[in-house]
Design a protein around this ligand. Structure first.
Ligand code: LRH
Ligand code: MN
Ligand code: MN
Length: 390
């Protein structure tokens, strides 16, 4: 591990440029298909979600943007919502489309066998680009729940043709500085054949579409044991990595706090990001989490800190020592170079950075001391809490 002063200051400078985007839905109620546990104080409106996100940014200093999910965050005036965000030191980030919750989408959205349903789904995607125009957002994130449950249910190839047609239309609609991020997921809700199940399928579509189409890696969307950092390395190498949906999983798409289940994996991913020159604003570092039983704002804070700590460790890898060991075929030394960085306690370093950024050395403690959690419980009474699907 490196400990030279100049290296440490470069690591600190790099970390100060990091931005982790928090998802509006992480502040809302969510649950499993068995139960959603409502929590007092949870936001009722997109503005209240932004209020919570502003606390995360104030305490961590590195969470300046918030992703919206439409229609969960539907408002009449997106320009006004963007202004509201700005007043709180935030910007609106990625617009997430939702073509998975209407009854019409039982057999799919843009891949549906019925052209009328496909038209409706495409209309929503276009509406999302209109919203991006109003919010100034760069990225449209597309995840399709489309797929089939039984062999023979629909034609696998025809569904890909329908998907291409929709993606082409959205791509055409994008402005010069806008991008589409195509998200893949192995399974769920479709159990036999998902239409975008893996990075290869997403990549093939993005490659055909052009440079404004990029693949997004949701860390919870792979089979157990998948080497996600390998996927990251390949996508970066091909110039096709658009960003991440960070979260943790033990079993399937668990959407737990980033860095909670497997901090070592998060470190390995961040190492490949840095190694591949992906530590730039071109890669969107987003969270995609649902806090079912835990307090939401501190859970988001913890996740941001986990991403930051994994990044700090990845930045601390002694690249020269690692390259030399690799050149020499010294397997153990090469592995040790990575492990030394991973095993470094970076908490004092990131605390220092936060203080220098005007945030808090211990964001979770600062949040609890601020009384904000108690305040929202007292103030947010009446009305309907935002929640999974609302
Ligand atoms: C799908 C997904 C996708 C959705 C989000 C709520 O599992 O990861 O990103 O938009 O969850
Ligand atoms: Mn996701
Ligand atoms: Mn997911």
């Amino acid at each position: 591990m490196t400990s030279r002063r100049s290296d440490i200051s470069a690591v600190k400078a790099a970390l100060k440029t990091q931005a982790v985007e928090t998802p509006s839905w992480a502040y809302a109620n969510s649950g499993t298909r068995f139960k959603v546990f409502a929590r007092p104080g949870v936001p009722r409106t997109p503005r209240e979600k932004l209020d919570d996100a502003a606390r995360v940014h104030a305490h961590t200093g590195v969470a300046p943007t918030v992703a919206l999910h439409i229609p969960w965050d539907k408002v009449d005036d997106y320009g006004a919502l963007a202004a509201y965000a700005q007043e709180r030191g935030l910007r609106l980030g990625t617009i997430n489309a939702n073509v998975f919750q209407d009854d019409d989408y039982k057999l799919g959205s843009v891949c549906h066998p019925d052209a009328a349903v496909r038209r409706k789904a495409l209309g929503h995607l276009m509406e999302c680009v209109d919203i991006m125009d109003a919010t100034g957002s760069r990225d449209l994130k597309l995840w399709f729940s489309d797929g089939t449950n039984y062999p023979g249910q629909d034609d696998i190839r025809a569904r890909q043709d329908r998907l291409s047609e929709a993606l082409d239309a959205v791509y055409e609609r994008l402005g010069d500085h806008q991008r589409m991020l195509v998200e893949y997921k192995l399974f769920e809700p479709a159990f036999y054949a998902t239409d975008v199940p893996d990075w290869g399928t997403a990549y093939a579509h993005c490659l055909r579409l052009g440079e404004k189409a990029q693949v997004v890696v949701d860390t919870g969307h792979h089979a157990p044991g998948t080497n996600i950092e390998f996927i990251v390395a390949i996508l970066l190498r091909e110039g096709k990595l658009g960003g991440f949906d960070f979260n943790s999983r033990f079993y399937a798409d668990d959407d737990l706090m980033a860095g909670a289940a497997d901090p070592f994996q998060l470190f390995r991913i961040m190492y490949e990001v840095i190694r591949g020159g992906g530590f730039t604003p071109d890669i969107a570092f987003m969270l995609d989490q649902c806090h079912n039983i835990e307090e939401k704002v501190p859970a988001v804070i913890r996740s941001v800190m986990n991403v930051q700590e994994a990044t700090a460790k990845a930045l601390l890898v002694d690249a020269e020592a690692l390259a030399a060991a690799q050149r020499d075929g010294d397997v153990l030394a090469a592995n040790a170079a990575l492990m030394d960085a991973y095993n470094t306690d970076v908490r004092p370093l990131v605390a220092e950075i936060r203080t220098e950024l005007g945030a808090d050395a211990d964001p979770v403690a600062a949040y609890h001391e601020s009384g904000y959690g108690k305040k929202i419980v007292t103030e947010r009474v009446g009305g309907e809490q935002a929640g999974w699907g609302a």
